[in-house]
Design a protein around this ligand. Sequence first.
Ligand code: MLT
Length: 413
Amino acid sequence: MPTINDNFLKLAAGYLFPEIERRVAEFTKGNPDAAAKIIKLGIGDVTEPLPEACVVAMHKAVDDQSKRESFHGYGPEQGYAWLREAIVEHDYLARGCDISADEVFISDGSKCDCANILDILGSDNIIAVTDPVYPVYVDTNVMAGNTGGADEVGDYGGLVYLPATVENNFTPELPASKVDVIYLGYPNNPAGSVATKETLKKWVDYAKEHGSLILFDAAYEAFVTEADIPRSIYEIQGAREVAIEFRSFSKNAGFTGTRCAFTVVPKGLTGRASDGSDVELHGLWQRRQSTKFNGVSYIIQRGAEAVYSESGRQQAAGLVSFYLENARIIREALERAGMTVFGGVNAPYVWIKTPAGQTSWQFFDTLLNDTHIVGTPGSGFGAAGEGYFRLSAFNSRENVQEAMQRIGAVLAV
Ligand code: MLT
């Protein structure tokens, strides 16, 4: 019999979103009449169709695959140059960031990349995460054996938790001691907060001073509505010496089911080998990807390229505005119902203080039972998320309006 990776046994709970699905399935089993009424504002999964420009490009790419002259087999491991060049032109050079196409790696998702990046890092790093946090950062470190076990609130030994609270505007203070790796995500999932240039500069300065690596998750950058808020960490001078950035087409262009993302690993960004030498992370990531990943399909990469066409950009911006309008509807309805809400302005997530005395999971049950609305309990994102609840703006307008009507009616009683 093979032995197993015992680190999996340290995981305190199932992965958050399947766990929610499990509870919803249990509820509908006991309440079959409620099943049709359930509205899901839990996982941040898009509902609206792909931008027309992407659909047309993918249809054309399918036709390319039907002819020997335009057929594509294995693509370049890092992704096609035409996609990487479009990314650099529109997402980086246009915003004054010094990033080149050979520093961009196309992938099938930011979640996978955030997890896989641990392959190229040592097991003795001191790792900091914000709290609440996107659970993937924590769970993958547990799986990799980079933590101890969980305590009674679900915090894992060995990780440095940086609380994101009302008092600090959900942008944590710098660690009190030296850490080697820091996960940051802005616009933030789950709190919907953003980091100003000054805040990100503080982090970049900290990383430079301590030789730390920042793993910056910018999956929600398209939702930034305020002009001064950075969309990429590379808008901060010196960030390319300390940061890897994760980006996705999932939320800006509706690719959650289509799958395309990218990671930027700047050249010159190094880590320390056990013999004391400095090694470029770019080369290690290239080696890792070319060994363990066969790239994103030609058809999907053509679809992603179309996000940068003139019509694609307009249509993707239309999708983002649509979801931001949902976020506004959610925010304002909950405020009218007397709740304290955060986020939802530069992010598709609204972060809610649970009503008096209810834990996050109790409020989850209240909403599910009384309104048949599914959200995400804040405590699922970490101990500091207890007493909070996340609603996602990714749904149809009709469902969002109906959900707010139901919640308003229940909370007003
Ligand atoms: C979320 O709901 O937090 C996101 O959907 C997670 C993800 O994108 O993986």
